[in-house]
Design a protein. Structure first.
Length: 451
């Protein structure tokens, strides 16, 4: 990184950043209170509120959102007449999955091979630290030239829409000229990237019932309709032979124009086992950024250990459908539910329930804020030009903010590059990326103020 005062300040702050991220990662802030204590999320929220207060933020508040979680808000006034920038991150995290599969404990930040490991290190507690680093660097080098609002969401991973509903009810709260969403990531380590599109998402729970109760498979198997077998058949109907998503009435042939994803690099990033084929058709970028994708997230059925020789009377699954820009998530949900109901065999009783939904997003990359970010990234990443990529993941709040503030410019950056393995075991963050992106965000705020 070329020498400049902002970069030097951020570099000097990295030990503090590691210590703070260690404290934040230690909170088991999974916004599923059937699995994790609500006090863990509340503790993380208070930590962020205290950090904002210490930086001089005003109106710091823990916002009780309609889904039962808290978002943290703060406002830091800048010079009179300055533009307003909203900085977003979320402090809730995905469950750690199989804790025994982690090399080191998921809620203890651990340095290994030049990376910091821990649940939420990249997605998205690291984003909170990135915002703090950028603001501290500017304060130490002439001051912050814009009004800053910070919002840290408490339920982004659950898709339950608490902050979205709160923002709709209090539209003045998050109003800004530009919004920086710190929950995306570079295409790969060292390649500065803004995310220009996001797939939306819908979550549907499907239940199949065939019998009044389980039956002995020796006595009744072969004629008694098996609910688990019926569920497996309906789930299989969601994919073509090559693995492409096939939901009746849903188009799946769009193409991605822009940065392409080399297939061999994708196999490496995704850790695909030798000899196992990728699924779908078209380019990798088509498949993960421009087309719908269905995933069976879980099935309720007897585990192998302890299973009895029974015909199952009932079975259910949770199905995720990623929805690309250009599709309406509400309509896609209806099509998915209709498909599940239509393809359930043997006249089995089937019910579907939508439990989460978010619309896809497409940014306006021609706005002045994008030029300000490109110039900032050119300094933070010498010799690299800012790239535009899509992201398969969903940030439902983006569309809410775009609808509430149609004149606001929205940029997506962040720490979730492929090596970070977000949502998987052994999630990690590159401290070099944290440092460079913090420099880029600080310089962006300075560039944007002058634009």
């Amino acid at each position: 990184m070329s020498s400049n005062p902002v970069a030097e300040t951020v570099a000097s702050l990295m030990p503090r950043a590691k210590a703070e991220l260690t404290e934040l990662v230690a909170f088991k802030s999974v916004a599923d209170f059937d699995q994790f204590p609500k006090t863990e999320s509340e503790g993380a929220a208070r930590w962020i509120a205290d950090a904002l207060t210490a930086e001089g933020f005003q109106d710091v508040a823990l916002l009780d959102t309609p889904d039962g979680t808290q978002s943290v808000y703060g406002y830091l006034p800048g010079p009179e007449g300055a533009k307003t920038v909203l900085l977003y991150a979320h402090y809730d995290v995905q469950p750690p999955l199989d804790e025994a599969a982690w090399t080191t404990p998921p809620f203890e930040l651990t340095e290994r091979d030049g990376r910091w490991y821990g649940r939420g290190a990249a997605d998205c507690k690291g984003g909170v630290i990135m915002h703090l680093l950028a603001l501290r660097a500017l304060k130490a080098n002439g001051g912050i030239p814009v009004h800053v609002k910070v919002i840290a969401e408490g339920s982004e991973e659950m898709g339950t829409g608490g902050l979205e509903r709160y923002a709709e009810a209090h539209p003045e709260l998050l109003e800004a000229d530009t919004i920086v969403i710190g929950d995306a990531g570079n295409f790969r380590v060292g390649l500065p990237t803004v995310t220009s599109t996001l797939r939306g998402m819908t979550l549907v729970r499907v239940q199949v019932d065939t019998l009044a109760g389980n039956l002995h498979s020796g006595q009744f198997g072969g004629a008694a309709p098996d609910a688990l077998a019926a569920l497996i058949r309906v789930l299989d109907s969601l994919r073509a032979e090559d693995g492409s998503t096939t939901v009746d009435g849903l188009s799946g042939d769009a193409s991605w124009e822009g940065l392409q994803y080399d297939e061999e690099q994708f196999r490496k990033d995704a850790k695909v086992l030798d000899g196992v084929e990728l699924i779908g058709s078209g380019t990798v970028a088509d498949r993960i950024w421009a087309r719908p994708a269905v995933t069976v997230l879980g099935i309720d059925c007897p585990p192998v250990v302890g299973a009895t020789p029974s015909v199952q009377a009932s079975a259910r699954a949770l199905v995720s459908l990623r929805v690309p820009p250009g599709m309406d998530a509400v309509e896609a949900t209806k099509l998915l539910q209709a498909h599940l109901e239509t393809h359930t065999p043997w006249g089995a009783r089937v019910s579907t329930e939508q439990i989460g939904q978010g619309q896809p997003f497409r940014a306006d990359t021609t706005s002045p804020a994008y030029q300000a970010m490109a110039d900032a990234m050119a300094v933070a990443y010498p010799g690299q030009e800012m790239q535009y990529a899509g992201q398969g993941g969903s940030i439902p709040l983006c569309n809410t903010l775009a609808a509430l503030y149609p004149r606001a410019e929205i940029l997506l950056i962040g720490l979730s590059e492929p090596e970070a393995q977000i949502h998987a075991v052994n999630e990690s963050v590159s401290p070099e990326e944290l440092e460079r992106l913090s420099v880029a965000e600080a310089l962006f705020l300075r560039n944007y103020a002058a634009s």
